[in-house]
Design a protein around this ligand. Structure first.
Ligand SMILES: *[C@@H]1O[C@H](CO)[C@@H](O)[C@H](O)[C@H]1NC(C)=O
Ligand SMILES: *[C@@H]1O[C@H](CO)[C@@H](O)[C@H](O)[C@H]1NC(C)=O
Ligand SMILES: *[C@@H]1O[C@H](CO)[C@@H](O)[C@H](O)[C@H]1NC(C)=O
Length: 336
């Protein structure tokens, strides 16, 4: 089973956007050059389309990929890879979306749920059960950020967003019903939320306010207090967990370097700089204990990968990652 990952963020430089699935190495020359470079390691292909949001990619079945974007008139569009061929573009009508990236989530093979911010600032939801697509439904809310969403088990969804009061809000699907929107506290939140889960019924949510990181945890029974973790940050945070009691959070610092903080089950580390100079919020993935892959994009459009092997940061790059970006031509581009 392919691990289920979705990563997506907005590149300030020339409005390119990045989203990826699966590990490797989109390092190389400047993006515009790479689009035409006959480099077999860094292949770029245009998948066409006219997109207004960052793309978001997910793999819900080994060897396959699904990419969701918002197209013209705020209509969600999908393109899929079945292991050998890309499909044509398909419009998923019935909701008018903002230009935030849709958020795909999967709780099992061939199951997809998409959460997206509507033009009306409500969160909208649609699901695919492997056979057919539901209708779009409004989950209400007055959400000023792109949502964050996660599933910690079959038939379970947790959705987070920043409200019009700049507080953090949560809504969940328990297999039968959607809850009401729940206020989780927070003041002056100025990033989109990030969420990770290391086990069933465990949630860790992060967001920044005034450049500092805030954390709130659900232990299966109660929400903890909103915890201030400091930092001098300037991007959305990315949170990942490789096992029980382990959390790693990454964000760009005000110095544009990638900064990292981790939780070991009892204590948070100090913030540490991983260096570099980037313009795009980092994305982090982990598919095994003591292994973290962090991607970030620099001012020239070059993507870098930082690999943590449990002891130190290493440069060796292995595996494969598929990177999706919005080109300056507003088409979807794919690198692998
Ligand atoms: C993928 O789609 C193409 C074109 O529709 C089709 O010919 C091919 O058999 C499909 N492959 C798989 C593995 O489903
Ligand atoms: C599917 O892709 C294969 C190569 O990967 C190609 O030979 C074939 O023509 C494609 N099929 C369709 C229906 O596009
Ligand atoms: C965590 O912090 C406590 C007190 O702050 C300390 O006693 C303990 O040794 C720390 N644990 C680890 C694993 O560093």
């Amino acid at each position: 089973m392919v691990r289920l990952i979705t990563i997506s963020s907005l590149l300030a430089y020339n409005s390119l956007t990045l989203a990826g699935v699966l590990p490797i190495v989109p390092a190389g020359p400047e993006l515009q050059d790479r689009a035409t470079a006959p480099n077999p390691v860094n292949r770029w292909e245009s998948l066409g389309g006219t997109i207004i949001s960052p793309p978001a990619a997910i793999s819900a079945l080994a060897g396959t990929m699904n990419v969701f974007v918002v197209g013209r008139y705020g209509v969600c569009h999908h393109i899929g890879y079945n292991g050998t061929n890309w499909s044509t573009w398909e419009a998923i009508e019935g909701a008018y979306l903002s230009s935030s990236a849709p958020v795909p989530v999967s709780w099992g093979p061939n199951r997809l749920d998409i959460l997206a911010q509507g033009e009306d600032a409500a969160i909208w939801h649609i699901s695919y059960d492997g056979f057919s697509l539901s209708e779009w439904e409004s989950l209400g809310g007055s959400i000023q950020s792109a949502p964050a969403a996660i599933s910690w088990g079959t038939n379970r969804l947790d959705v987070f967003g920043v409200g019009s009061d700049a507080g953090l809000y949560h809504k969940w699907w328990d297999g039968k019903d959607w809850s009401a929107w729940e206020f989780l506290g927070g003041e002056g939140i100025d990033s989109k939320p990030a969420v990770t889960s290391w086990a069933a019924n465990r949630l860790d949510v992060f967001a920044t306010a005034g450049g500092a990181l805030y954390h709130k945890a659900w232990d299966g029974k109660n929400w903890g207090a909103m915890e201030a973790l400091g930092g001098n940050l300037r991007s959305d945070p990315a949170a990942v967990s490789w096992g029980r009691n382990r959390i790693d959070v990454f964000a760009l610092g005000t110095d544009k370097a990638v900064w990292h903080i981790s939780f070991d089950g009892s204590n948070w580390s100090q913030w540490e700089s991983l260096g570099g100079e980037f313009t795009l919020a980092p994305v982090a993935v982990s598919d095994q204990p003591n292994r973290l892959d962090v991607y970030a994009v620099g001012a020239s459009g070059v993507t870098s990968q930082i690999v943590w092997n449990g002891n130190n940061v290493e440069d060796s790059l292995t595996g494969r990652v598929d990177v999706f970006v919005m080109g300056q031509d507003k088409a979807l581009w794919h690198n692998w």
